[in-house]
Design a protein around this ligand. Structure first.
Ligand code: NG6
Ligand code: CA
Length: 488
């Protein structure tokens, strides 16, 4: 049986039922970065095992080729180009999802679930950009958009503030070292990667990442203070996994929703000592091994608590892969035969498929048959409504406006870093014209897919997007142009 049909059959007559839902979202993990998707040079036995117990989707797409807009779409069911301020967020951005929006977490809460978010957030905190009180309680946080619990990093591990936040407060807050954060300029007397490269004892920057230094690593943005609250990059994965497992344990006796967004494999890649050398690809591959371990911690907790059967586990990534994303971690030099984006062209930031083609694995024992592959086109945007239909929940009028059921979706919309919109269906990929450069300009060696004219590629004959058929196929091109016009 087809997996989503099977999913829906599990909910015969739309009777509400309440399986736990765990959503594991990797960061910058490419289509080809897992063993079960053909990775070379790193093994991912845990994730491969998860796939063998469920369905591995071969044509899944994130909505955007960077994190903030991709995550915004997942959690709200709204395309990010419909809302201002959804580009890659600074660490002191205010809440990008407003409290009056209906999120996936709100939906599950209305069904009686306990909801938690653990990991990378990158969707803003507090009501006003740059005005957060990092030394007290944030005036707006995830509890305003449907999460009962959160243990998060405000943005990314390469952006300040480099502290964990639990339920609106900095964890281990150190009153002797009050925290100040700025994205405008440095604090007097504080060292920076630019002026004090000798202090970058853990990882040197290759481009950017030359502002404040925390744990011997240069960051984006400036911060002062923090003291014992500052994270150690080498224990971020341990800390996130431990808090995710605790959330599962504490909620084992009633339905829960866990949004587990790992820091891996985003830069700076600085995994725990025990993963060093786990791959032949240096720190980037070792971070993939650490990601696999983190997934294992979640799965072991489910098994230990007897929750395996009644829990839907979804695993995917926010956008495509990048090798050098600003640190000298030798990702380019050591990649070998490994193809981070699998068969797709481009990567993170691109309009090419490598930007938004992502792994997607779903396990629900007894409801989804084991060991399947599903080649149908799926977009993250449709996860929201598909889950609602599965649980038999009505979404309020106006909520998740762009999300449809997986079964009804005929195409996937994709947004690149410069907001170029692309569309693909099972047969074709269309990229709107863009005046952007053909290669990313600021460091990563990535083909953007930007051209000042329309592009159309055959997905079956030319998955690598090399032969532009836009002029040869004017009718098909016009159909996609119209989809973009309507969806924009
Ligand atoms: C870029 C950063 C990159 C990464 C990205 C966001 C520089 C030079 N590069 O601006 O390192 O942080 O933003 O990545 O600053 S994402 O996966 O969170 O979207
Ligand atoms: Ca990302």
């Amino acid at each position: 049986m087809l997996p989503f049909a099977a999913l829906l059959a599990g909910c015969a007559g739309n009777q509400p039922q309440n399986p736990n839902v765990i959503f594991i979202l990797a960061d910058d993990l490419g289509y080809g970065d897992l063993g079960c998707y053909g990775a070379q040079g790193v093994e991912t036995p845990v994730v491969d095992g998860l796939a063998s117990e469920g369905v591995r989707c071969l044509d899944a797409h994130s909505v955007a080729s960077t994190s903030t807009p991709s995550r915004y779409a997942l959690l709200t069911g709204q395309y990010p180009w419909r809302k201002a301020g959804t580009d890659i967020a600074a660490g002191n951005a205010s809440m990008i999802i407003s409290p009056d929006q209906f999120t996936v977490a709100d939906m599950l809460k209305t069904c009686g679930y306990t909801t938690g978010a653990v990991g990378k957030w990158h969707l803003g905190l507090g009501s006003e950009t740059g005005k957060q009180d990092w030394n007290g309680k944030l005036d707006q946080d995830l509890s305003d958009i449907g999460f009962d619990y959160h243990y998060i990093m405000a943005a990314t591990s390469d952006r300040v503030p480099c502290v964990f936040i639990e339920n609106g407060r900095v964890v281990n807050h150190d009153p002797e070292h009050p925290i100040e954060v700025s994205y405008k300029g440095n604090f007097e007397g504080e060292p920076t990667g630019k002026d004090n490269p000798e202090l970058l004892y853990n990882l040197r920057s290759s481009h950017g990442h030359d502002m404040s230094i925390v744990n011997g690593i240069g960051r984006i943005g400036w911060m002062k203070g923090g003291g014992r609250a500052l994270w150690k990059d080498e224990s971020i994965a341990d800390s996130l996994a431990a808090h995710a497992v605790r959330f599962i344990e504490e909620n084992a006796d009633h339905p829960f929703f866990l949004y587990f967004a790992t820091n891996d494999i985003h830069v700076p890649r600085f995994p725990a000592e025990r993963f060093r050398g786990a791959s032949t690809m240096g720190l980037r591959g070792d971070a993939i091994a650490q990601f696999d371990w983190s997934v294992g911690e979640i799965l072991k907790a489910l098994e230990r608590l007897g929750l395996e059967k009644n829990t839907i586990v979804v695993l995917t990534s926010d956008n495509g892969p990048v090798l050098d994303d600003g640190y000298d971690d030798k990702a380019e030099e050591l990649v070998g035969d490994h193809r981070p984006a699998g068969p797709w062209r481009g990567g993170k930031y691109s309009a090419y498929e490598g930007g938004t083609a992502v792994p997607l694995i779903i396990r629900w024992p007894g409801h989804i048959a084991k060991g399947q592959e599903d080649g149908r086109l799926i977009s993250h945007i449709d996860g929201f409504r598909s889950l609602a239909n599965l649980l038999g929940v009505e979404i309020p009028e106006g909520a998740a406006p762009d999300s449809r059921d997986f079964r009804d979706a005929g195409y996937a919309m994709e947004m690149s870093n410069d907001h170029t919109l692309s569309v693909c269906d099972e047969d074709w990929k269309y990229i709107s014209p863009s005046n952007g450069p053909e290669m990313i300009k600021w460091g990563p060696k990535i083909e953007t897919g930007y051209r000042p004219y329309e592009q159309l590629f055959s997905r079956s004959a030319d998955p690598g997007e090399t032969e532009n058929l836009a002029e040869n196929k004017p009718d098909i091109t016009a159909r996609f142009r119209e989809i973009v016009r309507k969806e924009r």
